[in-house]
Design a protein around this ligand. Sequence first.
Ligand code: SF4
Length: 381
Amino acid sequence: MKKDFTPTLLDFGPVHIYVARHLGFCYGVENAIEISFRTIEKNPGKRIFLLSEMIHNPQVNAELQSRGVKFLQDTYGKELITFNELNADDIVIIPAFGTTLEIESKLNDIGIRTEKYNTTCPFVEKVWNRSEQIAKKNYTVVVHGKPKHEETRATFSHAASNTPTVVVNDMQEAITLSKFINGEKPAGQFYETFKNQYSKGFDAEKDLQRIGVVNQTTMLASDTQAIADFLKQTMIEKYNLTEADIENHFADTRDTLCYATNDNQSAAVGMLETKADFAIVIGGYNSSNTSHLVELCEEKLPTYFINSDEKILSEREILHYDFHAKQEVLTSDYLTKNIPQRILITSGASCPDALVEDVIRKLTGFFPVSRSIEEMIEKMS
Ligand code: SF4
């Protein structure tokens, strides 16, 4: 059945809020949070560490820290607490994005049982399984993802344990990779161009003859599709392939985005068909899936990326994150003169619903609304 991606209208009278049909928390994140809090409850007196941020949500991470949990690494894998300080009695929770085989084995060597507190999302594991399947058929894995993102580092590590692997960040890098595939660029340059993005022992002459594309689950679906189509076309042209023998050089992986990313992105696209004054996207500033929602929205209308209702400073000013410049910026007069004011709202997979409600509460507080927020929020649930 075709899914309905039209937004839900919350008609407050002078302000109309259109909430994306699918938004916020996904299975993987809910599961990870639940396991983490359960682990804290069941293990009083034990030292509990999180390998890195549980999810890209500052409130959830702060709550975990306030209950005594410590982070071992920052989002980019930089050590905050050295592994030497750990002992076999400690608990280390693996976050939803999973981790690298190297880190897992380091922890296991200390005697820490990582499998017991592993919250790796099944949709991330699905990508690892897909990589393994194509590795068995001697394809090189091309990972479309952000090279420094925890999930991509984990996927890279799992794929690289089975087959040559290279990460491409975006279409620009896929185009560069295609030049190594079709010989436009000499193989010797590959190692400098893709520095820190290819597996040990990668042979640019031999390992780019059979490839398959998998992705970080939270990339923009249309980008991954475009990159896979482009690399497939590169193979078709290089080897004169027909649809019948394409599999000799290009594995059919289809996209490996998770359902939550897909639904949240499709719902954002559905929401954007509604004419509005501006959009608000709520989520952690380092959340990949949230920034892709921002990308979709900002193509159509003024978009403010915030991580809490507190960033809406007043009816005149909003402090929001420009993820291109990687900094917060202050915008004045973000509300327009239109009545009703039409506002689109969506949130990323690591954003609790309560935050969305807080944002709606804050915005509607600036208007003489005719309906209670509770009544409207009821409609949403
Ligand atoms: S966004 Fe998808 S892959 Fe990532 S944790 Fe959520 S369900 Fe899992």
